[in-house]
Write a protein that binds this ligand. Structure first.
Ligand code: GTP
Ligand code: MG
Length: 598
């Protein structure tokens, strides 16, 4: 059998030196390979993935793009999140019984999430027995007035919007932590959007109220502005002040969570075949794989055989959050399970099967299935909304709106609401978030997690957001005329939106030095920052975030006095544009090609 080639993970761009280190060759050997393939590059010059891949394969390895793997992982995460609550949908109403609410904590960095969880745990979870599994298990149950509440103890990944999306999607109730001395911050707003996208009710914990500069009233004001009207002001949002270090307000918070749980239909079928989700997994030399599972439906028993993601096994032993052995775990119960053959991934779902033989069969089938359709989410574009709705794949059109000014936001939102209420198909137009400012990566992550389309009015798209939208299949539509925007939405709801062509940003270059050359005009000595710039693309010049021009043909593109068709990121070049010569150092030249946008 042929020996398998060693896989090399390669970033989008790297220097010749970095490439040589990656494959353990000398820079000279790499440069020779490059020359053999017609590429002259110095040791500190950047080359792109495609070029690096040629050298890597020539030298007997296999190249794998780092960013492609990342994009795929992100898509798989999003797909997992969508399926969390699907479990209950197929159950008959008479089989459903109340289960403890599953609660997640969201909020801005340093606002006190971990401290709050620790305080709740210390006050309400008994110490573990010596000899039991005392490790941190990612979730724990609390009893408050005879009612159980399960807290998800999301680990230190809070910085990632994608994780937050998943945290909210896996829970029944979100506790939004806002520090009284700091108030609502950007991440707070994002957390609200994610909870709303996942249809998860929010309880607000205003933390650090013991601090001298705490201002609870200001926090309430800010929440009200985001449509979370505090109950004291006759709104529907329970806002509870807490001082977690002192333990003050914790009982009130648990009470508020219970009240919200009473209002929500939090149920499961305890007699169903057990199923749920993997929270964490690790391996211990003496005990093998230990997986923390959260049971969502049915009752998991010792001796059951389960499949979790791509692994399986018989449950040999189970432990609760304090290390005590348990025989069975019902809905909303977190348990540490011993007996899986391999480590599942956090976020994988698990289910029970008849026997290990069946388990192996299912996993083999999955492995085959994955290569042809995979777990990737279907991209949602405005163009195919109607088709998705009429085929039953979508019940509503979910939008994220970004505009230049508050003054344009209001009329657009209210017109869309009118369309939502009056369209003959009865399709709901759900506005997930409406805000001012350019479209950023966070907007794209939110859209990806909630199958939303992003509508921009008189705004730009950050280049990171553009890339992320491309790899996650998120539709971004930009408008400069309000009636056109509204018309497109109406047409989409009628299934009559024609495909349209628009500009796609392919790369950008920063002007480093301006040369004035008689007869030619101004040439911008530039450095390509990202993507690729092309001679046949259209360009525009951006200064301090403002576009000065649009749609200019490229007059010339040169590298070291040679005319070239394209220049990739990491290289310098000379750019001249038709009809523009007023370059300044620091200007950014963006390059666009026209392609189908919906
Ligand atoms: P990240 O995990 O970094 O996002 O932070 P976090 O939200 O988990 O905040 P953490 O619980 O780590 O608290 C941040 C800081 O605030 C720590 O120094 C805590 O001691 C302090 N803190 C948290 N809660 C309170 C409180 O109720 N009162 C006071 N005075 N300080 C608090
Ligand atoms: Mg923390």
């Amino acid at each position: 059998m042929a020996k398998e080639k060693q896989l090399i993970l390669v970033p989008d761009y790297l220097t010749v030196r970095e490439l040589s280190e990656l494959i353990g060759a000398s820079p000279i050997e790499v440069m020779k390979q490059l020359i053999a393939n017609g590429i002259m590059a110095s040791i500190n010059q950047q080359i792109d993935f495609d070029t690096a891949a040629i050298v890597i394969e020539e030298m007997g390895f296999e190249a794998q793009s780092e960013s492609a793997i990342e994009a795929q992982e992100k898509q798989e995460e999003a797909a997992k999140a969508q399926s969390w609550r699907q479990l209950y949908a197929d159950e008959k109403a008479e089989n459903l019984k109340q289960r403890p609410p599953i609660v997640t904590i969201l909020g801005h960095v340093d606002h006190g999430k971990t401290t709050l969880l620790d305080t709740i745990r210390k006050a309400h979870v008994a110490e573990g027995e010596a000899g039991g599994i005392t490790q941190h298990i990612g979730a724990y149950r609390v009893t408050h007035n005879d009612r159980q509440i399960t807290f998800l103890d999301t680990p230190g990944h809070e910085a990632f919007t994608a994780m937050r999306a998943r945290g909210a999607q896996g829970a029944d109730i979100a506790v939004l932590v806002v520090a009284a001395d700091d108030g609502v911050m950007p991440t707070t707003r994002e957390a609200i959007n994610h909870a709303r996208a996942a249809n998860v009710p929010i309880v607000v914990a205003v933390t650090k109220v013991d601090k001298r500069n705490a201002n609870i009233e200001r926090v309430k004001q800010q929440l009200a502005e985001l449509d979370l009207i505090p109950d004291e002001w006759d709104g529907n949002t329970l806002v509870v002040p807490v001082a977690a270090l002192q333990g003050d307000g914790i009982e009130d918070l648990l009470e508020a969570i219970s009240l919200v749980a009473d209002d929500s239909n939090i149920v499961a079928n305890p007699n169903a075949s057990p199923a749920g989700v993997v929270l964490e997994a690790n391996v211990e030399p003496s005990r093998g794989v230990l997986a923390t599972l959260l049971v969502l439906n049915g009752e998991l028993k010792r001796g059951d055989t389960i499949i979790a993601g791509e692994t399986y096994g018989r449950v040999k032993a189970m432990f609760d959050e304090v290390g005590g052995a348990v025989k069975a775990a019902g809905p909303s119960t977190p348990v540490v399970v011993m007996g899986l053959n391999d480590m599942p991934e956090p976020g994988d779902s698990f289910e029970s099967v008849k026997s290990e033989k069946v388990a192996r069969q299912i996993i083999d089938d999955r492995a085959v299935g994955e290569t042809d359709n995979g777990a990737a989410r279907q991209p949602v574009t405005l163009q195919d909304v109607f088709a998705q709705i009429s085929s039953g794949h979508a019940k509503e059109l979910t939008l994220i709106i970004k505009t230049d000014y508050q003054g344009t936001l209001q009329p657009i939102v209210s017109s869309l609401e009118t369309i939502s209420n009056n369209n003959p198909e009865g399709i709901n137009v759900n506005i997930l978030s409406a805000d001012t400012g350019n479209i950023g990566e966070n907007d794209v992550m939110l859209a990806s997690a909630s199958d939303a389309i992003i509508i921009g009015f008189n705004v730009d798209v950050d280049s990171a957001a553009r890339r992320s939208a491309d790899s996650n299949g998120v539709d971004i539509r930009l408008y400069t005329v309000i009636y056109k925007l509204l018309e497109d939405i109406e047409l989409a709801l009628h299934g009559m939106l024609e495909p349209e062509y628009g500009d796609k940003l392919i790369g950008s270059a920063e002007v480093r030095q301006v040369f004035r050359i008689s007869r030619v005009g101004a040439v911008a000595g530039s450095y390509v920052q990202d993507g690729i710039i092309r001679r046949n693309a259209k360009a525009r010049v951006v200064r301090n975030g403002q576009a000065l021009t649009n749609n200019l043909p490229v007059a010339s593109l040169k590298r070291v006095n040679e005319d070239v068709r394209e220049v990739r990121a990491g290289f310098e070049c000379g750019i001249a544009l038709e009809g523009f010569s007023d370059f300044q150092e620091g200007d950014v030249i963006e390059f666009f090609v026209t392609e189908r946008v919906n």
